[in-house]
Design a protein around this ligand. Structure first.
Ligand code: C2E
Ligand code: CA
Ligand code: CA
Ligand code: CA
Length: 274
């Protein structure tokens, strides 16, 4: 208690200012990078749980900051969200990814959507616009969203979801099991797919109770007719458990890291021949 009292006095330190300044510089550089379309999109294979063949890809944004090198999405996505850049960033990724998947007939595409994008009433129209421009087929596209927005803005979220559905795109609930996931909203929103968070998958190797939790989670989704993808799959032992539960799609370093479109080309051709 004594320590926490002291740290309160130390709250405003030169370090804090330096941190804020660095964040400000990051924001400026990110804005420039987005405007110049310098962000990259990489693709991680999503495979069938049955035979390990590629069935789709998840698009993930990458930023190589000039003079510094790679910045993690866990750093620049939150910055984009708080500085009004996320709409532009998100549409860039969607556009690039929709254009790129045409190289791989039959593969599904997943793209991450931030709450800030979803909140924008123009979002469904913007998606429609990208679909038109890229001539991508909406049925092949899934937008991944995390639960926070749905819990906090249920009514608005339902409206946006209905509009997106009308376009023909699918909506997946991302990171399930990472937060305070509740059964109630899982039912009321009718997601097309659920993605189990990698923290739950990684726990399989550590805690006995994680196996039960995994089975219960997948059983819940199946009882609602929601197909399940497991993310962050790294070991054969995890695959074994996931097959037992009835997950139909797997994603993780075991099957492939996020990679360039050219590298997905090779995976695609390899699995076509199998
Ligand atoms: P996410 O949507 O949950 O994406 C999965 C993250 O797990 C990715 O991190 C991926 O590289 C990583 N991953 C995949 N397989 C494994 C594995 O086997 N083990 C481990 N430890 N990690 C694995 P990444 O690319 O760093 O992205 C982090 C987060 O940033 C994403 O989490 C997503 O929430 C966000 N993000 C990335 N790109 C975009 C984007 O274009 N738009 C938005 N709104 N968010 C994005
Ligand atoms: Ca995701
Ligand atoms: Ca996740
Ligand atoms: Ca996430």
């Amino acid at each position: 208690a004594k320590d926490s009292g002291r740290s309160r006095f130390e709250y405003y330190t030169p370090d804090m200012d330096a941190e804020r300044e660095e964040r400000h510089r990051l924001e400026i550089d990110l804005r420039i990078a987005i405007e110049r379309q310098e962000l990259n999109v990489v693709y991680q294979p999503v495979v069938s749980a049955q035979d390990g063949r590629i069935v789709g890809v998840e698009a993930l944004a990458r930023w190589n900051r000039r003079g510094y090198g790679a910045v993690s999405p866990d750093v620049f996505i939150p910055i984009a969200e708080t500085s009004g850049l996320i709409d532009q960033l998100g549409l860039f990724v969607l556009h690039r990814a929709c254009e790129t998947v045409k190289r791989w007939p039959g593969l599904k595409l997943s793209v991450n959507i931030s709450p800030g994008q979803f909140r924008d009433p123009a979002f469904p129209q913007n998606v429609a616009c990208v679909l038109r421009q890229t001539e991508a087929s909406p049925a092949e596209i899934t937008l991944e969203m995390t639960e926070g927005y749905f819990i906090q803005n249920a009514d608005r979220a339902k409206t946006s979801m209905a509009e997106l559905r009308r376009l023909g795109v699918h909506i997946a609930l991302d990171d399930f099991g990472a937060g305070f996931s509740s059964v109630g909203y899982l039912r009321q929103f009718g997601f097309d797919r659920m993605k189990i968070d990698k923290s739950l998958i990684h726990a399989l190797d550590q805690e006995r109770s994680a196996v039960d939790l995994l089975h219960a989670t997948v059983a819940l989704a199946r009882s609602l007719d929601i197909p399940v993808t497991a993310e962050g799959v790294e070991t054969d032992a995890q695959v074994l458990q996931l097959r037992l539960t009835g997950c139909d799609q797997l994603q993780g370093y075991l099957f492939g890291q996020p990679m360039s479109a050219d590298d997905i080309d090779s995976v695609f051709r390899r699995d076509e021949r199998r």
